[in-house]
Design a protein around this ligand. Sequence first.
Ligand code: SF4
Ligand code: SF4
Length: 90
Amino acid sequence: MGEKRRDDQTVGQGVKKGRRQYEIDIFRAWCKSCGICAAFCPVQCIEMDEEGNPQVVASEKCTGCGWCETHCPDFAISVRPRKENQLEAV
Ligand code: SF4
Ligand code: SF4
């Protein structure tokens, strides 16, 4: 009695529900596989595969910073917010 539970502390420590998701598209025809996007993505969304081509491995981590898009020398990558109805697809 007299103890007040601090349930409010658990709020907000789980999944970030409202976080915006991004779609990363690599245009293979324009990409020369230089690896810049994979090397410098700050959250490792992109990796080079065994054949030396970039592939999106963790689009859910993308912050939408746009670094890859603006630094790709061949304009071969685009990042844009996902529409709400695309969020359930994995
Ligand atoms: S930076 Fe551009 S050209 Fe280089 S690997 Fe990434 S998508 Fe391809
Ligand atoms: S927009 Fe930023 S976080 Fe997203 S894939 Fe490109 S470099 Fe990585």
